[in-house]
Every structure is written in C-alpha cells, then in structure tokens.
Design a protein around this ligand. Structure first.
Ligand code: GLA
Length: 387
C-alpha cells in the first residue's frame, strides 16, 4: 500500500516525529479537445486521469520546507521566509512556487516535510507539473487547517507557474487536476470559469494514451511565443471588433470579416485555429451528449489537423502516432493532447482491439524513430483529495 511505503520513507529520510503524517493525491489530465485556447477565453474539455502525484506530508515545528521524491532521492531544503531565493532549482521549484503564492495570498502556512511519489510521466503533456502544484497547495492548506475552495487552489497554482516557473499557462491543467470527477470530462469556459461535468461513456471504446517519449526542450519558450502571437492577432482583429476581449469570442463569420486586419500571416493562422477549435469543442460535446461517439471523434481528428497545420505545435513524433492511429480500422479518433512539441496523443480505440492497436503502432513508431513509444489505457478519475 502506497501509504505504508511513503510513511516508511518519511521516517527514514527525515526521522521520526510526534506530528502526524497525512496523504494526498492529485491527478494528471488528458485534454480530450480544446487545445491552446485556455488562454484565449475558449472552452476546453479535459479529464483527470488515473496517474497521480501522491504526497505524504507532516508539519515541522520550524520554518523549513523539505522536499524529497521517491525517484530522485535527495532532499531540497528551503526556508519558508526566503522562497524567492530558490527559483532556479532543477527540482522543487513547482512546490516552492506554490507555497510562496499561498503566503502572498495571506494564507498562513509553516514548515513541512514532504515525500513525493510522482507517477504522471514528466514532460509528457499529461500535466505532471499541475499535479505536483495542486497536490502541494492542497496538502499544505489542509495541513494548516484551511479549507480553500479547489478552484482557488487551481488559480493559485497557475499563478505560481507564471511567476515562479515562467510559463504563461492557461488554467486548464490545474483546474482539471483540482476539480476532476470520476467518469466525467469537464466542459470549462476558461473566460468565466463556469464548468459542467459531462459523463464520458464510450460504450465499446477506450481512451488510449500514446507517449512519444520525446522530451520537450523548446516547448516552454514556444508556448509563450504562441501566446503572444494570439495577442497580436487579437489586437489587429479588435480594429473591427473593439468590444471583443478574447479570440474565442469571435464566431467564424466574424473572424472572416476581420481576418485581413491581421498583419502577420503566422498570427492569422493562430487566430483561425483558436476560433475554430473553440467551436469544435462545443460541437463535439453536443455529439457526446447524444452518444454519437463517431462524430465526437471526427472533431478530435480535425483538432489535430488544425494544431499541426495552423497552430504548428505538433511534431514528427506526434504526427506518426496520430496518423498511424487514423489508419487503424478500430480507431475512431486520435489527436495530440497538451501543449505539443512532443508528449502524448489521445486515441479512442475499440476496447477489444486495444492490444492490436498497441502492437501495430509500436512497430511503426519504432521503425521510423528507432526508439519506443509507450501506451496506456486511461480511466477518468477524481481530482485532488486526501487518501
Ligand atoms: C499546457 C498548458 C495549458 C494549455 C495546454 C494547451 O498544458 O499548461 O494551460 O494551454 O498546454 O492546450
């Protein structure tokens, strides 16, 4: 049992203490559709997955934060009053950034020791960082007796990522990790943060995640670049529609009416993706509500094409996985998921053919790339909680 293991590691690494140990977990997420529009005020449709960042936490009687991960095996130690000093850590900055944000918000927390067991694959587009942030914020606030709303937790974590890590991410990942619900995806309006749980009943089909195992390198800077290209496009489009505040506020017709205002061709493509992706999310969810899985999946496929050709965040590895999935007879849909430039794809595969799918795609991928992709069938799980 994970709790017994983590308790033992806690006592081995930090020694025994009178203070009780508590345990929390937060999931990674797969985004089913609605990519790169959570910073454009669009609708997104993520789901929490059954891969978790789990933490054992215990109070300390001083002002130190101590972090240890089961796979890294070294302790990061920081003084809670000087957290801005630790921004360049190789590991630990997500956690410390979140704790700094809690304190900036006036939420009083103190010393604590953590053992992390992170099973969301790192840098794979499944939001390993959001899982770590959310579990840290939730565990820390619960440990210190605060009962903070989970949406507030998500917002604090997003801010930490902006300020401490430097990635200007949207709210989708932290929201899904905090607010996930077993068996449901979340239709989230990233402009208002209104949301609705939508049951994902795929009947004879399963959700298969395929990992390119390509480590993202340029990902973070490209991410911020896409974001600013969208801002430029919006500013130009506002010449004709000054009342609109987000790219995703535009209908396709309105986009056509003002697209010639956009000076930069690249920015025009980014805007077209954002406008259409937002509409695809709404249409695909309509199909899912009617149990029309086939149409739902058509939107997934169109989303990939748009991310590949207009938004240009796919890469050779993702395209191989997606395009070979499309050729399988028992696959209804497949697309890249997450920020792109590497990471994972999500495919909707007939359950009885999952093994064949994995065998076939593995072979193709290995033949072209010379290294393996990895696969797993994912279940939709709850968001952050105490275990
Ligand atoms: C990353 C970000 C999210 C979102 C996706 C792309 O996962 O953290 O906010 O923008 O990329 O959809």
């Amino acid at each position: 049992m994970i709790k017994d293991e983590l308790r033992k590691i806690m006592n081995d690494v930090y020694g025994q203490s009178e203070n009780p140990i508590r345990f929390f977990q937060a999931p990674g997420r797969v985004n089913l559709i609605g990519e790169h529009i959570d910073y454009n005020g669009g609708y997104v449709f993520p789901a929490a997955i059954d891969k978790f960042s789990t933490v054992a936490i215990r109070k300390r009687d001083d002002d130190l934060i101590k972090l240890y991960a089961t796979d890294l095996k070294y302790v990061v130690e920081a003084n809670i009053n000087e957290l801005e000093k630790y921004k360049n850590l190789k590991w630990g900055n997500y956690q410390l950034g979140v704790i700094e944000q809690l304190m900036k918000k006036g939420i009083s927390v103190g010393g604590a020791e953590f053992i992390f067991n992170d099973l969301v694959p790192l840098g794979s587009g499944l939001s390993s960082s959001a899982a770590i942030e959310v579990v840290t914020a939730y565990a820390m606030t619960e440990l210190y007796g605060h009962n903070i709303d989970k949406i507030e937790i998500a917002l604090i974590c997003q801010k930490a990522e902006h300020e401490y890590v430097g990635v200007k991410c949207g709210i989708m990942d932290q929201f899904a990790s905090a607010m996930g619900k077993k068996g449901n995806a979340i239709l989230l309006d990233t402009d208002t943060l209104e949301y609705e749980y939508i049951p994902v009943k795929l009947d004879k089909y399963s959700i298969v995640i395929s990992n390119t195992n390509k480590k993202r390198s340029l990902g973070e800077s490209k991410y911020n670049e896409r974001r600013s290209e969208c801002e430029k496009a919006l500013a130009d489009m506002q010449n004709k529609f000054p009342e609109k505040k987000n790219l995703c506020d535009f209908s396709y017709k309105e986009f056509l009416l003002c697209k010639d205002e956009i000076k930069d061709e690249k920015c025009k493509k980014r805007a077209e993706h954002a406008v259409c992706e937002n509409l695809r999310v709404l249409d695909s969810v309509k199909s899912l509500r009617k149990n029309d899985i086939l149409s739902f999946c058509k939107y997934l496929n169109l989303s990939h094409i748009s991310l590949r050709d207009l938004y240009e965040v796919s890469c050779k590895e993702l395209d191989i996985l997606v395009e070979s999935a499309w050729m399988q007879k028992d696959v209804l849909g497949s697309r890249m998921t997450g920020a792109g430039f590497g990471g994972c794809t999500v495919s909707i595969v007939k359950t009885e053919s999952v093994e064949e799918f994995i065998n076939d795609i593995s072979k193709v991928y290995y033949e072209i790339m010379g290294y393996d992709a990895s696969f797993y069938v994912c279940n939709i799980s709850d968001g952050v909680k105490e275990i």
